[in-house]
Design a protein around this ligand. Sequence first.
Ligand code: XMP
Ligand code: MG
Length: 179
Amino acid sequence: MLEKDIEKVLVSEEQIRVRSTELGEILTAEYEGKNPLVLGILRGSVPFMAELIKHIDCHMEMDFMTVSSYHGGTKSSGEVKLIMDVDTAIRGRDILIVEDIIDTGRTLKYLKELLEHRGAKVKIVTLLDKPEGRIVDIDAQWTGFTIPNEFVVGFGLDYDNNYRNLPYVGVLKEEVYSK
Ligand code: XMP
Ligand code: MG
């Protein structure tokens, strides 16, 4: 059904599973004994968060924040807004932000500065990175996959809130946008 709208698969379900296992092992070593707050950015990070934390084998807590930088379509508005905050105390804590994708970098720069301002130690893991899209200077400590500067959907990523449920990351057919 959804697959007919996909031009090509960029990252397969299997690749995501293997890479999430590797990242989980790295993060286990990093955060052992630190009880980090693993902070998913809604809504795009949910599938990656679920896959990743299965492989983080140490004590951790989980929370979510919602920010918006895209108002539908495929272009960023450039403005980041805080929609839903964490309800966990974060001063002095290790926070691992879990994000679906870094494009311009605006979302993560905003979030990192906000959380650091509140006294947290912040690191970032992202499923995808589009380095060619970068406008502000920010990088993740850990990246699943580096991808070309194309608009992607699936595994949490959406086009007008659709396609998040695809089990892989792919590029939509041109005709879907022009509908
Ligand atoms: P910035 O530009 O702030 O972007 O680094 C981060 C947020 O923008 C969204 N984004 C995308 N969403 N396909 C999507 O479905 C994409 O190719 C894409 N590029 C950026 C995403 O919500 C991310 O959190
Ligand atoms: Mg997002």
